[in-house]
Design a protein around this ligand. Structure first.
Ligand code: NAX
Ligand code: ADP
Ligand code: K
Length: 517
């Protein structure tokens, strides 16, 4: 699903009105009605107090449409105009008149703290104060209103975006923003739902389709894209009936040091379950026996050194190489890595300590083949690109880094974002069960395994991150967040593949209902 920028959303609204020959007021009616339908389906007329807080722009207009439908359906609704400016939008005004026609209880005008209503914890707050139009600092009393919402502990439903947030920046203070339990966003999710610093303001989110022109969306090139099953399915490569293990390449996993051979075992096994034909592991001598015992399917090549890698030399021709897990950062290994990069022609995935070696000696970045995949966790990323001011600064710096070095950067975290040139691919699978030792090694093995099978490095990264997270989601029921370990994630990759082709369950229909229809 595409994540539209603010400008693209405005453009889509405008074009839709033109192409569908409707007014902006009608589009607002659609938006507000969608919100109403969403609430009505869940509330079924329940008489919980609903406080709808409307700003004076189009977000406020959406709130007024919603409030009117709630009144018409007999809900216990109180409507407020948060009157932070006199410049009311045209469609706000139309809907301000319309709501006055359906109720004697006209919206309450608010202009200072004394006007704040009491909100009980069991009430519902609808936040329609600011939408994507927020473009300057908010008045202090309006910030206090947001704090009043939060202090009430009432469930807060934000329309389009929690008020106080902008689509492309991190707020200065968490007191300046509405903390929504749920956000109903129009047509496109917002990037801020997925970033570590801003995702807390919308615990859950959903996109409502307000019928924005499909051709416009289809042709649009967006900076960010949300990756779910629909996006990865076209990437998947089916297997041919007469394929053989030679068809699926030979992966080489280079890593390990004394006490850290397990990382190579995890990566090599993950490459195998991703579907490669052959896997070899390159480890220091001390890794030979443990690897052969733990993973009989893998072949093992050993370094001349007992405890760490000192010279990466082998006489196989791997289709792709994953390097870096557990190798440490001592000088001999750095030299071995440098010499390896000078000779290497195979596509690469660089993880863990190999990333730290790149940060230690940045000239090595020039030796990476084009399209190399780097898979840093936040600390490793910081060593590569330097400190960042906030999440947007981090993404911009990563983008610049990706362009400069022509590499793909997989920024790992709760919503892993794959960055390549000008584009962000935001993953939707995965859960905090993955916050455990070795899951990164598994991810590296999967991505290296997919490249080995002939996937383009970018597709392999996006698809690999999806499969890895999906595997974790599948086993969540069995192990929960606490007891999930990296090996179980490997075991569940099979189900993540199978899940790609599962149809969503259809609602059960009784025989009588079938006959009726
Ligand atoms: N075509 C339409 O009418 C549609 C509009 N939509 C809604 O429209 C919203 C955007 O509406 P607007 O562009 O009117 O903007 P907002 O409703 O987000 O902002 C309200 C107004 O306040 C002004 N403003 C911004 N920051 C301020 C501040 N700190 N202090 C005081 N005033 C400030 C803005 O200039 C804007 O005019 C979307 O988020 C969405 O909810 C949806 O209904 C979809 C269709
Ligand atoms: N809270 C979380 N939600 C979803 N995924 C997570 C979360 N925490 C970590 N992960 C994922 O787990 C993996 C951890 O990788 P990494 O930190 O390199 O671990 P290790 O070095 O132990 O293998 C990454 O793929 C990351 O995206
Ligand atoms: K809002």
């Amino acid at each position: 699903m595409k994540i539209l920028s603010k400008e693209q959303i405005y453009e889509g609204d405008k074009l839709t009105a033109q192409r569908q020959n409707i007014s902006s007021t009608e589009l607002m009616e659609r938006a507000g009605t969608q919100i109403f339908n969403w609430m009505h389906m869940r509330m079924q007329g329940a008489q919980v107090p609903i406080h709808v807080f409307c700003g004076i722009g189009n977000n406020g207009g959406d709130g007024l449409v919603l409030a009117r439908h709630l009144v018409n359906h007999g809900y216990n609704v109180h409507t407020y105009v948060v009157n932070y400016s006199d410049k009311r939008s045209k469609d706000f005004l139309v809907n301000y008149d319309r709501i006055k026609q359906v109720t004697k209880e006209w919206p309450t005008l608010m202009a200072c703290e004394e006007d704040f209503p009491t909100i009980t914890p069991e009430a519902i707050i609808v936040d329609a104060v600011f939408g994507i139009g927020l473009n300057r600092p908010i008045a202090d009393w309006v910030k206090k209103l947001f704090q009043h919402f939060r202090a009430s502990k009432a469930f807060t439903l934000a329309i389009d975006i929690p008020s106080g947030l902008q689509t492309d920046s991190v707020p200065e203070s968490e007191n300046d923003v509405v903390w929504a339990g749920y956000t109903l966003s129009f047509q496109s999710p917002k990037l801020i739902f997925f970033l570590p610093e801003t995702s807390k303001y919308s615990v859950q989110w959903e996109v409502l389709d307000i019928g924005i022109d499909l051709e416009y969306i289809y042709k649009l090139n967006t900076e960010a894209e949300l990756i779910g099953k629909q996006e990865v399915l076209p990437i998947y490569k089916p297997r041919k009936r007469f394929s053989h293990k030679g068809s699926f390449g030979h992966a080489l996993i280079v890593g390990g040091s004394y006490g850290k051979i397990g990382s190579v075992t995890l990566s090599s096994k993950a490459a195998l379950v991703s579907g490669v034909g052959l896997v070899s592991a390159y480890v220091p001598k001390c890794g030979y026996v443990p690897l052969q015992v733990a993973l009989p399917e893998a072949m093992v090549i050993t370094d001349e050194n007992e405890k760490f890698i000192s010279n990466i030399s082998f006489d196989i021709t791997p289709s792709a190489i994953g390097v870096g897990i557990g190798i440490g950062t001592q000088d001999e290994t750095l030299l071995a890595f440098e010499n390896f990069l000078k000779e290497n022609k195979a596509p690469l995935v660089v993880d863990a300590d190999a990333l730290n070696l790149l940060s230690k000696k940045t000239e090595l970045l020039a030796l990476l083949p084009k399209g190399t995949v780097l898979t840093p966790h936040p600390k490793e990323l910081e060593r590569l690109i330097g400190e960042w001011k906030d999440d947007f600064d981090k993404l911009n710096k990563t983008k610049a880094f990706s362009k400069k070095h022509e590499v793909i950067v997989v920024v790992k975290g709760a919503n892993t974002i794959t960055v390549f040139q000008d584009k962000y691919y935001v993953n939707t699978t995965g859960n905090p069960g993955l916050a455990t030792a070795g899951t990164g090694d598994v991810l590296m093995g999967i991505i290296a395994g997919l490249i080995t099978q002939g996937y383009e490095p970018l597709s392999a990264s996006v698809f690999g991150v999806y499969l890895h997270g999906k595997a974790a989601d599948i086993i969540l029921e069995d192990f929960g967040y606490q007891s999930m370990i990296a090996s179980y994630v490997i075991d569940a990759v099979a189900e993540a593949y199978i899940d790609l082709f599962k149809q969503p369950e259809q609602p059960q229909v009784s025989e009588a209902e079938q006959e009726e229809s």
